[in-house]
Design a protein around this ligand. Structure first.
Ligand code: NAD
Length: 477
């Protein structure tokens, strides 16, 4: 694609101002496509289109089956265009093509299938009342949804928001991350082909502060804001939303703890722990980036973990053999590098890894860093793991919970009681026991503390993207 336009009211359009920006391929470190740079005027047009499509158009008034059929058609088209969509994310942010084509695009398509079916099959409450009345619930679409997405799983996280919003009859204005604009425009194009009416899914490109993102979150015609990104950005968006009391769903940063007990199956623990920190070059909100290993197996585990980390294939993300690509941008590489550069002065040791070529960071394992250091406390969002030994279950849980974040945590143990006990004590929105990243889209997804506000997934998405209404009827005696 030479030029990536906005998609507003069913048309591919340039910015009103004519301004553009480049999307840079992090492997070549050169611009690979020009993108329309939206501002408040473009956002205003997109919101007006979404408003019109909601207030006057057929989409919110259709039956669930008819809407669902369009979303299933969209999912089919995404699979047909899998290579093009996958290459867009890979070139935009350096994700290995085996991940974008093999995992992200299929997952993005299945988001539409799941939420189309979930909305069609959902039930409400019927509440017989003693007073001679009868109450029931209706779930009515909320209106215009503003969706703001990050760059780490572009298509997958955009569809995680758009799919439930659309399935419940809302219209959407999506602002993709500035680093990963291309797949969003391709998706909007496919949505039109699938038969979604103009204005139902709009895409405006641009930056966050003082740009398209800020304009979108402060528009009073927006009824819901769903955001995934950094915790600091989440605060700015919550503040903007407060002006109009717009409900927000915030999926924010993380610093996931991973606890490996001596009674774990170490093969299983090594394999999942490697994925938990090095998949997507560690640019995963759910990364298991703080590893605690019981002292009696610490050295053995570390040795096996380091060997597995060193076996990962780093390289051109377009090569199907590549497992770890470069970081997504120069700015992000500089941020991750600042953590790697600090290991020595913090008293830590790099067991393996360090900087690679270009914007790549090799799978890096840091030991001996103090638990209060920046390495342990802040989200690095790169392939950099900090590890420490522990002696007791209480000590491990206490250290795992010692963070302002609470998105997810993991534990490895073959002791069933311990697994349940520890899962209950970890302060996190999701706990994985003896696995990682396995998702059921009906389950609540979100974080506590600095990791977010609200939950999405299944009926949690239903509640956020609808206005639940109670209808109370008198029954004549
Ligand atoms: P970011 O917060 O910098 O940007 C996310 C989006 O917000 C972008 O589209 C950006 O343009 C926009 N934005 C920035 N400032 C804005 C403002 N003031 N108003 C409106 N929009 C604004 O995040 P990122 O760097 O793209 O993504 C990485 C972060 O996302 C990490 O912290 C990661 O943990 C988090 N994340 C969380 C989840 C989750 O589900 N909890 C999933 C993926 C990523």
């Amino acid at each position: 694609m030479d030029f990536v336009p906005h998609v507003i009211d069913g048309k591919e359009v340039d910015s009103v101002s004519g301004a553009q920006f480049d999307s840079v391929d992090p492997w070549t470190r050169r611009p690979w496509t020009a993108v329309a740079l939206g501002d408040a005027e473009d956002v205003s047009r997109a919101v007006a289109a979404a408003r019109r499509a909601f207030d006057e158009g057929p989409w919110p008034r259709m039956g669930y089956a008819e809407r669902g059929a369009s979303l299933h058609r969209l999912a089919d088209l995404m699979i047909e265009h899998r290579d093009e969509l996958a290459l867009a994310d890979t070139r935009d942010m350096g994700k290995p093509i085996s991940d974008s084509a093999g995992k992200d695009v299929p997952r993005a398509a299945s988001n539409f299938r799941f939420f189309a079916d979930h909305a069609r099959l959902a039930t409400g409450d019927a509440l017989p009342m003693d007073s001679g009345h009868h109450a029931y619930t209706r779930f009515e679409p909320a209106g215009v949804v503003a969706a703001i997405a990050p760059w780490n799983f572009p298509l997958m996280l955009e569809t995680w928001k758009i799919a439930p919003a659309l399935a419940w009859g809302n219209t959407v204005v999506l602002k993709p991350a500035e680093d990963t604009p291309v797949s969003a425009t391709l998706l909007a194009r496919l949505a039109l082909e699938a038969g979604l009416p103009p204005g139902v899914l709009n895409v405006v490109h641009g930056y966050g502060p003082d740009s398209a993102g800020a304009a979108l979150t402060s528009d009073r015609r927006v009824d819901r804001i769903t955001f995934t990104g950094e915790s600091g950005t989440g605060r700015a968006i919550a503040a903007a939303a407060a002006a109009h009391l717009t409900p927000v769903s915030l999926e924010l940063g993380g610093k996931g703890a991973n606890i490996v007990f001596a009674d774990a199956d170490l093969d299983v623990a090594v394999s999942w722990s490697i994925q938990a920190i090095f998949a997507n070059a560690g640019q995963v909100c759910l990364a298991g980036s703080r590893l605690f290993v019981e002292r009696t197996v610490y050295e053995e585990f570390l040795e096996r973990f380091v060997a597995a980390a060193e076996a990962l294939v780093l390289g051109d993300p377009k090569d199907p053999a590549t497992q770890v690509g470069p970081l997504a941008s120069q700015e992000h590489f500089d941020k991750v590098r600042s953590f790697v550069d600090q290991v020595d002065s913090d008293g830590g040791q790099i067991r393996t890894g360090g900087l690679g070529d270009g914007w790549a960071v090799r799978p890096t394992v840091v030991t001996d860093a103090p638990l209060k250091s920046r390495l342990w406390q802040e989200e690095i969002f790169g392939p950099v793991l900090v590890v420490a030994p522990f002696d007791t279950e209480d000590e491990a849980v206490g250290a795992a919970n010692d963070t302002p974040y609470g998105l997810n945590a993991m534990l490895f143990s073959e002791n069933l009681s311990r697994a349940h006990r520890v899962a209950a004590s970890l302060r996190a929105g999701t706990v994985w026991a003896n696995c990682f990243f396995i998702r059921d889209l009906r389950a609540p997804f979100g974080g506590v503390g600095d990791s977010g506000v609200g939950r999405e997934g299944g009926r949690f998405s239903q509640e956020f993207f609808t206005e639940p209404k109670a209808v109370v009827m008198a029954i004549a005696p």
